[in-house]
Design a protein around this ligand. Structure first.
Ligand code: ADP
Length: 667
């Protein structure tokens, strides 16, 4: 076995690999970009080497540099994780040439699966079922159109060299074919430098079912059953589970054997995934093979009781597979949800920023847990509280994985886990995932790749005003804060003096909605709250470090209240509400203060600086242009004044609220 490996990746997968290596007594070398100097994967490895600036091209994608670091640190092998160089045949070759073990398949197998057309031709020979279609070399329009007519509409055109959902066109009828082909070829040549396309039958309401395979260098090859990854947005997986609901033993065996045949056909070694597209009634067709470990591998680990990274390391070191097919069994059900820093309400746009507050359900990390049963809750994450999600890399925060004896138990645990996951500081998809986990189609396992789009209305309900419970918790949180700060304006007697009630109006807002809450202090803490027409009696039972319990009329309510500047985050009943509190004292004198600080309205990149230090400017004069969310925003002078300092340069990334320049107002 190796004594030292280099992990050529970052984030959760780098931490994941390090956890298994540590358990096996293998030393680890982390590599990191300048943006990742303080990252978790650097902290959990035994050694770490900086390999360049933040941009992946200049760091994690530098094959030569990675090999140089491996040789210099005495690592015997390189684990590429997923993404970056994990499916780069040149890198695998270069490792071998320098006497390093690439923990993955041989370069020839990566190459064989690189082109969709070539892979399909290979699979056809190996007897693996294919989607009806044409994937040959003839590319003239009339010929392909005739092929499509023979297949029957709708058909799907795919760029042979494509990936990531790009270069695909659905064609509904023969009359549309020529135009769609021309446009598909244009996109293919622009994106992949190769305009070769293939034509397939476009399946209706298909499911994405993939098989985990594993092969060693001794001729053994097994399948570790299937994962259902049908819940996707823009052809990207959101939820994965194993086993696939509704799978029969016969079909599982047929798909498993087809996947093993696919792996054997390319001389596969190590962990691989054969992706199939399946009809609702169960027929399945080869789509592509991913020649690496997948993001969703933990669900397979949980139901098979295996550590796939350990298998990878053993196979790469020349050992036999740790188990043969007959010894592999499915135990229970596992579901994984990908927690992303993104805004589902804004088309799943990535959200960058700092994880100011992070509380997770109690869970094991990167492992199966201990004992006879797998752990019920597992979290694989590459970030900690205080870390930032930067615009340079994938905005995944964590993978929440649950295990249960059956799907019902696993689903209940996922709902519970998401309700306990608390993040303040950036947008996340947690509430969206929670709605998905409570939705009828997911609960009933009525799965297909169009689930999210088809149920868009129920998954993206119109915003509802905050409930009385949320407002009461926010008010209680405010009172607790004021008490701690000694700034409660009514603190001497908690607002109650000489039998006269005292009334305060507290102004909150949610999005554009203004919410005024009137608080009437009562003797012994028996307060009255009123918001709109709703009146409640509120009594705080317990309030400690944001954990609040109160009674509201006849109900007992508990929740957590976290302050982030003037934003108050209320977590209760599995819901997260963000309110803005308008503190009348904090805003006194704002007008002057604002003149001296010009801040970024949202995270973005500086694309132009139109002024310089010391320059006198007129009110309304454009000073800076930043690009955020694919649009340009001009920052202009709020008054006549002078530029005291410019704090960023063109090309810099700025976070939301960052001061961009200092401004001295002229009077
Ligand atoms: P990419 O390599 O770009 O990810 P894939 O061939 O893996 O492309 O397909 C991505 C997704 O597109 C699949 O998960 C599925 O949702 C959809 N898809 C692919 N082929 C078909 C087909 N023949 N019919 C219907 N949907 C398809």
């Amino acid at each position: 076995m190796f004594t030292k490996i280099l992990i050529a990746n970052r984030g959760e997968i780098a931490c994941r690999v390090a956890a298994t290596a540590r358990r096996m007594g293998i030393r680890t070398v982390a590599v990191y970009s300048e943006a990742d100097a303080g990252a978790k994967h650097v902290a959990v490895c035994d050694e770490a080497v900086c390999i360049g600036p933040a941009a992946a091209k200049e760091s994690y994608l530098r094959a030569e540099k990675l090999i140089e670091v491996a040789l210099a640190t005495g690592a015997q092998a390189i684990h590429p994780g997923y993404g970056f160089l994990s499916e780069n045949a040149e890198f695998a070759k270069a490792c071998a040439e320098k006497g390093l073990v690439f923990i993955g398949p041989p370069a020839s197998a990566i190459d064989a699966m690189g082109s969709k057309s070539a892979a399909k031709a290979l699979m056809e020979k190996a007897g693996v079922p294919l989607v009806p279609g044409y994937h040959g070399d003839q590319q003239d329009t009339a010929f392909l159109n005739a092929q499509a007519d023979a297949i029957g509409y709708p058909v799907l055109l795919k760029a042979s060299a494509g990936g990531g959902g790009k270069g695909m066109r659905v064609v509904e009828k023969s009359a549309d074919f020529a135009d769609a082909l021309a446009s598909c070829k244009r996109e293919a040549i622009n994106s992949f430098g190769d305009d070769k396309v293939l034509v397939e039958k476009y399946l209706q309401r298909p499911r994405h079912i993939e098989i985990q395979v594993f092969a060693d260098t001794h001729g053994n090859c097994v399948y570790l059953f299937e994962r259902d990854c049908s819940v996707q947005r823009r052809h990207q997986k959101v939820i994965e589970e194993a086993p696939a609901p509704g799978m029969t033993a016969e079909r599982r065996q047929a798909m498993g054997e087809a996947a093993v045949a696919a792996a054997r056909a390319v001389g596969y070694v190590g962990a691989g995934t054969v992706e199939f597209i399946a009809n609702q009634e169960g027929s399945f067709y080869f789509m592509e093979m991913n020649t690496r470990l997948q993001v969703e591998h933990p669900v397979t680990e949980m139901i098979t009781g295996t550590d796939l990274v350990e298998w990878q390391l053993r196979v790469a070191a020349g050992e036999q597979l740790p188990a043969q097919q007959a010894a592999l069994q499915i135990n229970g059900h596992a579901i994984e949800a990908r927690i992303y820093a993104e805004n589902p309400e804004k088309g799943f746009l990535p959200s960058i920023g700092t994880l100011k507050y992070l509380r997770t359900p109690e869970a094991v990390e990167f492992s199966l847990g201990q004992g006879n049963e797998p752990a019920a809750f597992r979290i694989d994450s590459g970030v900690r509280e205080g870390d930032t999600i930067s615009p340079f890399y994938d905005p995944m925060i964590a993978k929440m994985i649950v295990w249960g004896k059956d799907r019902t138990e696993a689903l209940a645990r996922m709902r519970q886990a998401l309700a306990q996951y608390r993040i303040v500081g950036l947008h996340t998809n947690i509430a969206f995932l929670s709605r998905l986990m409570h939705s009828a189609p997911f609960t009933q396992a009525d799965l297909d790749t169009g689930l999210i789009e088809r149920h868009h209305d129920s998954l993206f309900p119109a915003a509802v005003p905050p409930t009385a419970a949320v407002l009461a918790l926010a008010v209680a949180g405010l009172l607790q804060n004021e008490q701690q700060a000694g700034s409660d304006p009514w603190q001497s007697s908690h607002g109650w003096r000489m039998n006269l009630p005292l009334i305060r109006t507290l102004n909150f807002s949610e999005e554009e909605q203004q919410i005024a809450v009137s608080l009437q202090y009562g003797a012994g803490g028996a307060h009255q709250l009123q918001a709109g027409d709703t009146k409640c009696a509120m009594q705080i039972r317990q309030a400690q470090a944001g954990q609040i319990q109160l009674s509201l009329d006849a109900h007992t309510i508990s929740g957590e209240v976290i302050w982030d500047g003037e934003k108050v985050h209320v977590f209760t009943g599995g819901q997260h509400t963000e309110l803005h509190y308008h503190d009348p004292l904090a805003h006194a004198g704002d007008a002057e203060a604002e003149g001296g600080r010009l801040t970024a309205p949202m995270p973005g990149k500086i694309v132009a600086v139109m002024t310089e230090k010391g320059r006198a400017v007129k009110k309304g004069e454009p000073l800076l242009i930043m690009e955020a969310m694919k649009m340009e925003h001009t920052i202009s002078a709020p008054h006549d004044g002078e530029i005291a300092e410019i704090l960023y340069a063109v090309g810099d990334q700025v976070s939301e609220g960052a001061q961009l320049l200092a401004f001295a107002q002229t009077h």
